[in-house]
Ligand binder design. Structure first.
Ligand SMILES: [Zn+2]
Length: 315
């Protein structure tokens, strides 16, 4: 059996897994992410060896090691250009990891790796195309089309979080205004919740978050469950913005499956049903027989590990 090591390099943990070519997770290991380039490369190598040991496989046996990294990366040169929360700035991580493990190494964007993981072993299993959207600090997105990971010619494609859905809207970290992620990310939802609280001092939102600092992605759903009008308004507007971006992606790519992950996706049908209703009104192929399946992502954090491991098979 051919095996591959996948690494999900996160701000908190380095998660490693030994993965079969079919996308099965054979052994895993997770350890805290240190700060600094040499330290991160060391931790990746340690976690990779531990994942192999957990699977009872020698660390020289896997074909390659794939690293899913946040921030801005150059997979062709194997360089993490900026991942400031990891303290990485122009680090040739691919070479450093390859040297430590004696294996070929690859680097991939974390959202692309998550999409590939879901395609192989999760929501997209058995399908030919999938778009994965992750609602977190930003909106991550990746696509597998015709069985291949789509990255654009320069590996910078599928930054769907930075498509504008409201021209002149909220300023975004990318320099534009009104980007999808400024509204549809968990950060965007928290911002909208705080705005509603400041505008409505008598809202039930204050019961679920006594201070603005205590607001999280769940606060507004809790308040809406007790029929708080401002909370319901925030959710309605949030779902409209989320669904607008989903409809744009479906219209452009028409994937067989579009899955939504991240903490907010735990709301399940509360999230999916309004998106489907929006698509029934606005999707270009709404009257067609073959339409994109909208569902939640299945693998959670494992998606990044599995995807990173199998990048060499799907690039
Ligand atoms: Zn943007």
């Amino acid at each position: 059996m051919k095996t591959y090591i996948g690494i999900d390099l996160g701000g908190t943990n380095v998660a490693a897994g030994l993965v079969s070519e079919k996308g099965e997770l054979l052994g895993v290991h997770s350890q805290p992410t240190p700060r600094g380039a040499e330290e991160v490369a060391d931790a990746i190598a340690q976690a990779a060896r531990a994942a192999c040991a957990a699977a009872g496989v020698g660390a020289e046996e896997p074909r390659s090691v794939g690293v899913a990294s946040p921030g801005s990366i150059d997979p062709a040169r194997g360089v993490v250009e900026h991942a400031f929360n990891l303290g990485l700035d122009h680090v040739p991580l691919m070479g450093m990891v390859s040297e430590r493990l004696g294996l070929p190494a690859l680097l991939e964007n974390d959202a692309n790796a998550a999409a590939l993981g879901e395609f192989v072993s999760g929501a997209g299993k058995g399908y030919d195309s999938l778009v994965a959207v992750t609602l977190g600090t930003g909106v991550g997105s990746g696509a597998v089309l015709g069985g291949k990971l789509f990255t654009g010619f320069n590996y910078a494609g599928m930054e769907a979080g930075h498509m504008v859905i409201r021209r002149g809207g909220r300023p975004c970290t990318c320099g534009r205004r009104g980007c999808w992620e400024t509204y549809a990310s968990a950060t965007g939802l928290i911002k909208s919740t705080r705005e509603a609280m400041e505008a409505h001092p008598d809202s039930a939102l204050w019961r679920f978050a006594p201070t603005l600092e205590q607001v999280n992605g769940k606060t507004v759903f809790d308040a809406a469950a007790v029929f708080d009008p401002p909370a319901r308004q925030v959710i309605e507007s949030y779902l409209d913005d989320l669904a607008c971006g989903v409809a744009n992606l479906v219209n452009i790519l028409q994937p067989q499956v579009l899955c939504i992950g991240g903490g907010i996706s735990r709301q399940g049908e509360k999230l999916l049903a309004p998106i489907r209703a929006y698509l029934d009104k606005e999707e270009f192929t709404r009257d067609g027989e073959r339409r994109t399946k909208i569902c939640v992502a299945q693998l959670g954090n494992d998606a990044g590990i599995i995807g990173a491991a199998l990048v060499p098979l799907y690039r």
